[in-house]
Design a protein around this ligand. Structure first.
Ligand code: PAN
Ligand code: ZN
Length: 189
């Protein structure tokens, strides 16, 4: 096993920049096919807005560590009446949970277990969310500015995207008459 060493990592609350970062990826709208209910609005936005950036993930991980952490920075926007969101996933290892801490912006963390129970936790500056093992989680930017949060997780957790990608989640977060609403996903009726 390689040797682990103490490290200071700087995180910018407004931009989500992680310094030093050991990994990063970005998700543009064209890479998020099937997660938004309105497929026409999805393809129109890709065309008209030139495939906008939806979110970026930066991480800090030491080789051989059991823990790692990083940031997710989500842009504001909507596809039809649904706010920009992450893919959402269960962890591959069903015994591993996670912690999110919101640094700036406002959103909702949507959670769901395998029995179909749903929960939402508000994401706002200073709020931390405990994600229990085996609860799927998706973050949603419901505000006008970027939503920036840190996450802390076990390296062994892994990501299982399959079920959420195929079935969606039981709740949708939409804007209706200027209000943020959590509504039942008609796909589950
Ligand atoms: C987060 C998420 C990140 C992007 O680091 O992976 O916010 O969301 P998706 O992975 O659902 O696209 C996390 O929960 N890691 O376990
Ligand atoms: Zn996770």
């Amino acid at each position: 096993m390689s040797e682990l060493y103490p490290a200071e990592v700087l995180i910018n609350s407004a931009t989500g920049a992680v310094s030093p970062a050991t990994g990063r990826y970005a998700k543009h709208l064209s890479e998020l096919g099937g997660i938004f209910s309105n497929a026409d609005a999805w393809s129109r936005t890709i065309r008209e807005e030139n495939d906008p950036l939806i979110y970026e993930v930066l991480e800090y991980k030491q080789e051989g560590s059991d823990l790692f952490f990083g940031t997710t920075t989500m842009q504001p926007g909507k596809i039809g009446d649904e706010f920009y969101m992450t893919r959402g996933h269960f962890h591959e290892d069903r015994t591993k949970g996670e912690v999110y801490n919101t640094l700036s912006g406002q959103g909702l963390l949507l959670l769901e277990d395998r029995q179909g129970r749903s929960s939402t936790i508000e994401m706002r500056e200073g709020s931390s969310a405990f994600i229990p093992p085996d609860w799927a989680h998706r973050s949603i930017n419901c505000g006008p500015a970027p939503l920036v949060f840190t996450w802390f997780c076990s390296v062994a957790a892994g990501h299982d995207y399959g079920q959420i990608l195929q079935q969606g989640m039981r709740k949708l977060v939409i804007e209706r008459n200027g209000e943020i609403e959590v509504v039942a996903n008609p796909k589950f009726d």
